[in-house]
Write a protein of this length. Sequence first.
Length: 400
Amino acid sequence: MTKTKKSKGTIGILTGGGDVPGLNPAIRAVTFRAIREGYKVVGFKRGWAGLVDIVRDKKHDNSNNFMELSKERVNKAARTGGTFLHTSRTRASHVSKNMVPQHLKDTYKKDINDLTPEVIKNLEWIGVDYLIAIGGDDTLSYAVHLFKNGVKVMAIPKTMDNDVPGTDYCIGFSTCVTRTISLSNSLRTAAGSHERFLVLEVFGRYAGFTAMLPTLAGAAHRCVIPEAPFQIDHLAELLSEDRQKNPSKYSIVLVSEGATFEGGEMMFEHGEKDAFGHAKLGGIGDEVSLALKNVSPKYNNGNRVNVINQKLGYLVRCGDPDFIDSVVPTAYGNLALDLILSGIDGRMVVLKNGRYDHVPIEVVTETKKFINIDKFYNRERLHPYYKNFEMLPLFIMTND
């Protein structure tokens, strides 16, 4: 008779917030290592939404909310982008009345409801010993909330914006920058053919890393970022100067979605907000393009310069992960398991100065991560400083 190996426990894993390449490699790394170490792995679907929707009845079909993960299930997915566990922007501590699951509507009737007690009961019902949350500061802020309520939580930072505090690197950032450079290089042929300004709006709500690094790499002449409001005349003058010096008569600016005109405010597509209070950003690229066209005659001998305006959007977050977003998630997943095997929880795995490490998970809610513009951004020239690189980490403009 074959003996069944007893499980050491159950590890849960979920992905929340926006999708990025590198999530599936992280899920794979956790699953492979956990199973090898004798754990069962449960994947929760749609981020915190899957944990909210569970019906605690063995006869109920909860397959839309969680599933057991096997090596076979995660291995193929690891070569692809996105997350096969799906994702959402659910905030379980702030669930609106109309979003409360049907089986809980008689219990939670307020306009905004804290379903954390249900999440904790669901984790206990399934038998989860440790929960690994992969996400940005919104997803991980709720992980901090769970940790403070007694749940054994580990965090893996993910976001294209690279703005989770406490770490130099977040999953998805490298692929985003790589795609931004590639798309910029492709679009410059159109800009050059028509002798235009090229305005590319990129992600970056509060931090300008996704505009700064591609510009540093030569993808654009200038960039405007959330940390430094800009004057449109100043930008137009610089871009006109770049265009006149360029034999192909074009120039490029990368515009962070959270960038603002001097004296202005962030621009939004609509007033609707997600569960974390964020309205969808968008429109700054359109406004910059229109303004550049209108003021361009002042800096081009009275002649208007037309503009190619492109929002890169989901083009930089779709598709397969690059090398870094395949390797770093693997290391992060294994580091999370190292900590669990040592009986440690309440940590976020990080990269600091080129080395893997871990920090208290509370750092996510205790501070914010921005570009040090005095150190890295030339506000007169509207591009990164190209100096003093000695002993800087790989991605240069990192968390101080």
